[in-house]
Design a protein around this ligand. Structure first.
Ligand code: GLC
Length: 533
């Protein structure tokens, strides 16, 4: 029996009053984890020249912009999120000239470039932290508790596990919400504000199109640094406001950066990596005078289930509409288990991607998801470099430290020393069989995940109804999500079984082969299809 997908009273969503067109409102932005993308000099570590050499691939894939993870001078205690000099490129990744050449080449091929900025903390090798006088004012030092000051100043835990404080030789303590090599900056100090404005200007002058702002919810701490009063605080991140995250004071910083961004032509954007407890709290970061986008981690963490997905989609659209911002969607990044593994199967991952690319707003892709790469779970302990890995032993909370599993260098060729990643090895071992998932192996194979992404991105470009704009839900059988965009219907079967239904239009693209006979169609389990209406 076939079921009707059409509802006479669709629920409508719009992204609110548009403050004006902007390229980012429906952009597909591809995250390049520089260290693992392409290695031009055979040292086993990806670099900026490697990215430049692969720009034609990204252009052909059909994305609008790249986001480059930190490539600044850094001891690499946390994959470069421990910055020692914000105005120079780490020799591991190249030189400032290479960064300049990459930005120019990307622009020449019509791709925009966003770079990562890390304002919550620096490296402990940053000149400010190495100078005892400067350090006292520009970081967060406090006396300890206990009779001899031998206890940390409060009960805060590091996101990577263990106390968020480290004691110095002088006997006082400094705050680090992440690794001890990443001391938190004191944003009550005007010098810190001035320095970050100068850093933003430095890169804007070099031509970048915007910034992904690392830990954008972290710079301001609650006055007095009060105790939280419970353990396992990392499990609370994103579900409730903590005295070190999502404090109202961060918004003044974002507002000042928006003024700075607007003073440059060409629509330069700010994107918040902010873990906020609700979509409404997250929307505060994208008010008209703040940042342009915020990552939608509620979508990333949603269960593969009709009601859960619909709820998070509705809540995300409503929250961003209330401030006139576009919604963003993301399924994978360098900090989480790849969605081909997290969702339980490649079929679901492919369906989830088509769902994401049919929703209104902007979408973020993480390198390698277009190859359907799974999480690498079998890495030897000695190869792992995630700082949370060594800190997690015996800890009850904190990140699990397994983020290297999504950071394994990309396979470009079916064989060779590092499957075309470079002429040498690769800084994390690639699994045997990785060549079968390579760009070369998938190119031209219509059933491959790479060709699915290419087809979806080409359609998204060709169909003006996709991207930013209206959507309305349609009634659908249990376990099936169906919604209309101008000219397109998207259907997603979140169940594991085939569901017969009346085809809502002409089939455009499906995440798995889909039988259609006249008006009768069958949507296989864990599949998504786009239809022209
Ligand atoms: C962000 C980054 C993550 C890093 C952390 C500390 O969450 O995405 O990789 O470890 O900030 O900078």
């Amino acid at each position: 029996m076939t079921e009707q997908l059409t509802s006479p009273t669709p629920v409508r969503h719009t992204t609110g009053q548009h403050p004006g067109p902007g390229w980012w409102r429906d952009a597909v932005i591809y995250q390049v984890y520089v260290r693992s993308f392409a290695d031009s000099d055979g040292d086993g570590i990806g670099d900026l020249r490697g990215v430049r050499a692969r720009l034609p691939y990204l252009k052909e894939l059909g994305v609008d912009a790249l986001w480059l993870t930190p490539f600044y001078a850094s001891p690499q205690a946390d994959g470069g999120y421990d910055v020692a000099d914000h105005r120079s490129v780490d020799p591991l990744f190249g030189s400032l000239e290479d960064a300049d050449a990459l930005i120019r080449a990307a622009h020449a091929s019509g791709l925009r470039v966003i770079i990562d900025i890390v304002p919550n903390h620096t490296s402990d090798r940053h000149p400010w932290f190495r100078d005892p006088e400067l350090a006292r004012e520009r970081y967060l030092f406090r006396p300890g508790r206990g009779t001899g000051g031998e206890l940390p100043p409060n009960d805060w835990e590091s996101v990577f596990g263990g106390p968020a404080w480290t004691r110095t030789e002088r006997g006082d303590w400094y705050l680090h919400l992440f690794a001890p090599e990443q001391p938190d900056l004191n944003w009550d100090n005007p010098d810190v504000h001035a320095e970050f404005e100068a850093i933003l200007r430095f890169w804007l002058d070099l031509g970048v199109d915007g910034f992904r702002i690392d830990v954008a919810h972290g710079m301001v701490k609650a006055p007095g640094l009060p105790d939280i009063g419970c353990d396992s605080q990392a499990t609370l991140i994103g579900s409730q406001t903590l005295p070190f995250f999502d404090q109202d004071g961060v918004h003044a910083i974002h507002r000042s950066w928006r003024t700075l961004l607007d003073s440059y032509g060409g629509a330069r954007i700010g994107v918040a990596e902010a873990w906020a407890p609700t979509p409404e709290r997250l929307a505060l970061y994208v008010r008209p005078d703040e940042l342009h986008q915020a990552f939608n981690f509620q979508f990333l963490t949603a269960r593969w289930e009709k009601e859960a997905l619909r709820e998070v989609i509705d809540a995300s659209l409503a929250a961003t509409a209330s401030v006139g911002a576009p919604t963003t969607w993301v399924l994978s990044n360098h900090d989480v288990v790849r969605h081909a593994t997290r969702l339980g199967s490649l079929a679901r991952a492919r369906a989830a991607t088509l769902l994401m690319l049919a929703l209104p707003g902007s979408a973020y892709l993480y390198q390698g998801e277009e190859l359907g790469l799974p999480e690498v779970t079998e890495l030897p302990d000695e190869a792992r470099q995630d700082p949370a890995f060594t800190r997690r032993a015996g800890r009850s909370s904190g990140q699990e430290g397994l983020r290297d599993g999504c950071r394994v260098p990309l396979p470009w060729a079916a064989d060779g020393p590092s499957y075309g990643f470079g002429d040498g090895g690769s800084w994390l071992p690639q699994p045997a069989g990785w060549g079968g998932l390579s760009v070369a192996a998938q190119t031209g194979d219509v059933d491959s995940t790479l060709e699915l992404y290419r087809a979806a991105l080409a359609l998204r470009r060709a169909l003006p109804g996709l991207g930013d704009g209206e959507m309305s839900w349609r009634e659908a059988p249990d376990g099936v999500l169906a919604f209309a965009r101008p000219g397109v219907v998207c259907t997603v079967n979140t169940t594991g079984r085939d569901i017969a239904f009346e085809a809502p239009g002409r089939l455009l693209l499906a995440s798995t082969p889909l039988p259609v006979r006249g008006a009768a169609a069958v949507l296989p389990g864990d599949a998504c299809a786009w239809w022209a209406i």
